[in-house]
Design a protein around this ligand. Structure first.
Ligand code: SF4
Length: 82
């Protein structure tokens, strides 16, 4: 299936990929269940591994997480300007 110009809105303002206007500027992201994300914190799991992971059930939107989140250092300029 061809993806049509996907855009991602995000309000996680301290993420490295966060951009003005509440947009995610990452080329790709990995979204998981919170329980997966909790266990994956030490492992370096990202979008590249998505096709190898088993799907899980979250049950509610509040139980999903963006695993691509990366803290922005205070010296980093947010993508798209401050
Ligand atoms: S990587 Fe995730 S947390 Fe960071 S801006 Fe994109 S969607 Fe938000």
């Amino acid at each position: 299936m061809e993806m049509a110009n996907q855009q991602i809105g995000c309000i996680v303002g301290d993420c490295y990929y966060y951009a003005k206007g509440n947009k995610c500027q990452a080329d790709n992201i990995l979204v998981t269940t919170n329980s997966f994300s909790k266990n994956a914190q030490e492992a370096d799991i990202g979008f590249e591994m998505a096709s190898e992971l088993s799907p899980q059930e979250a049950g509610a939107s509040s139980k999903t997480s963006c695993l691509t989140y990366k803290p922005r250092n205070s010296s980093d300029v947010p993508v798209g300007g401050a």
